[in-house]
Design a protein around this ligand. Structure first.
Ligand SMILES: Cc1cc2nc3c(=O)[nH]c(=O)nc-3n(C[C@H](O)[C@H](O)[C@H](O)COP(=O)(O)OP(=O)(O)OC[C@H]3O[C@@H](n4cnc5c(N)ncnc54)[C@H](O)[C@@H]3O)c2cc1C
Length: 284
C-alpha cells in the first residue's frame, strides 16, 4: 500500500516548528527517525497533511551530563545510546535495554524521543523511562514543561503530549553507587518487540533493596509499574520465599492483556519468571 498524499518540509529551528504547529494544527506530524511513522503512513494508519522533518535540530540531538542528571536529546539515535559511555556508567538500565531494541539498521535511525512519543507498549525505552523515574521535557511556543515518565503514558499509543508540543529531552537521574539494574524480555525473533519483559531498577544494601521500581512491558496497553510488588520486596532480605510471595502478588496487581500471538496466561507466566530471575540475580 502507498501512503495518502502529504507535504514535506524540514524544520530549521524549534521556533520554525512552532510556526508550523500554528499553521497545520493536528494535520502536522513530526518525522524523526521514521522507523515507526513511515510504516504507519504506508499502511494508511496515519494521514498527515504536513510531515515536518526535525532531523536538522542539532539543539536536541546530544547527550549531556550535569551533577545529577543525564539529559538525552530527543533526536539521539538508539545506536548512540548503545555506544555512549555516559549512559553505560550513569544509566546502566538503559544500556542493558538498548541492546534489545530492534536491529542495527533501525537503531542507526530510530530516536530516543521518537520511541517515547510513539509509546508502543512492548517497547523497551518507555519501560526504562518509568523504571528510572525519568522526566520528559516537552516544548511548545508557550515554553517548556516537565512531566514525570509515570504520568506520560495514558493508553495504547496515547500519551500526554499535546498537539503543539515536541519532546526535546529526557532527563535520567544518575545512578548511585548502590544502584542495581536488571532487564529481561522474551521475543519471538531477535530484534522483535517484546512478548513480555521486565525493567528493574533499585538501590541495594547488602541483601535488602532500599528502593525498587519494577516495570513490566508488552503485557498491557502501557508499560506497567508494579508498585505493590515493589513495596512487598523493599526492606526485606531477598529469599526464595519472598520471591514466591512477590510472584503471587504480581498476579493480583497487574492486569495482563493477551494479544494475537500470546495469551494472557503466557504473558503472566513470563512476567513472573522474569521477576524471579531478576531478583535471584540480585541475591548473589
Ligand atoms: C522492523 C522494526 C523493528 C523494531 N523493533 C523495535 C523494538 O524491538 N523495540 C523498540 O522499542 N522499537 C522497535 N522499533 C521501532 C524503533 O525503535 C523506532 O525507531 C521508534 O519506535 C520510533 O522512533 P523514530 O525516531 O523512528 O520515530 P518516528 O517513526 O519518526 O516517529 C514515531 C512517532 O513519534 C512522533 N515523534 C517522533 N519524535 C518526536 C518528538 N521528539 N516529539 C514528539 N513526537 C515525536 C512522530 O510524529 C510519530 O508519531 C522497530 C522498528 C522496526 C521498523
Amino acid at each position: 500500500m502507498k501512503p495518502y498524499d502529504f507535504s514535506y518540509t524540514r524544520a530549521t529551528s524549534l521556533s520554525h516548528l512552532y510556526d508550523l504547529f500554528d499553521e497545520y494544527g493536528d494535520g502536522l506530524k513530526i518525522l524523526a527517525g521514521g522507523q515507526s511513522l513511515i510504516t504507519t503512513l504506508n499502511m494508511r494508519l496515519s494521514s498527515p497533511e504536513m510531515l515536518v522533518d526535525i532531523n536538522d535540530l542539532s539543539e536536541i540531538s546530544s547527550i549531556s551530563l550535569t551533577d545529577n542528571i543525564v539529559s538525552v536529546g530527543a533526536l539521539v539515535r538508539h545506536a548512540e545510546i548503545q555506544e555512549s559511555n555516559d549512559i553505560k556508567q550513569h544509566v546502566p538500565l538503559l544500556k542493558l535495554a538498548i541492546e534489545h531494541v530492534a536491529h542495527a539498521a533501525i537503531r542507526n535511525r530510530g530516536t530516543h524521543g521518537g520511541s517515547i512519543a510513539f509509546a508502543d507498549p512492548a517497547a523497551e525505552i518507555p519501560a526504562c523511562v518509568l523504571a528510572l523515574n525519568a522526566t520528559l521535557v516537552l516544548a511548545s511556543r508557550e515554553g517548556e514543561r516537565r512531566i514525570a515518565g509515570s504520568d506520560f503514558f495514558k493508553d495504547l499509543y496515547d500519551t500526554e503530549l499535546r498537539e503543539n508540543e515536541i519532546i526535546v529531552a529526557i532527563e535520567y537521574p544518575i545512578a548511585k553507587k548502590n544502584t542495581v539494574s536488571a532487564f529481561r524480555e522474551f521475543t519471538r525473533r531477535k530484534g522483535d518487540f517484546a512478548t513480555a519483559g521486565l525493567a528493574l531498577n533499585g538501590e541495594l544494601d547488602g541483601k535488602v533493596l532500599q528502593s525498587l521500581s519494577l516495570v513490566f512491558f508488552g503485557v498491557a496497553n502501557t508499560p506497567v509499574l508494579a508498585r505493590q510488588v515493589a513495596d512487598l520486596i523493599v526492606g526485606e532480605p531477598i529469599t526464595p520465599s519472598l520471591i514466591e510471595k512477590a510472584q503471587n502478588e504480581l498476579a493480583n496487581e497487574i492486569e495482563v492483556i493477551g494479544d494475537l500471538y500470546s495469551s494472557e496466561e503466557m504473558k503472566l507466566h513470563l512476567s513472573k519468571h522474569f521477576l524471579k530471575q531478576a531478583l535471584e540475580e540480585l541475591q548473589v
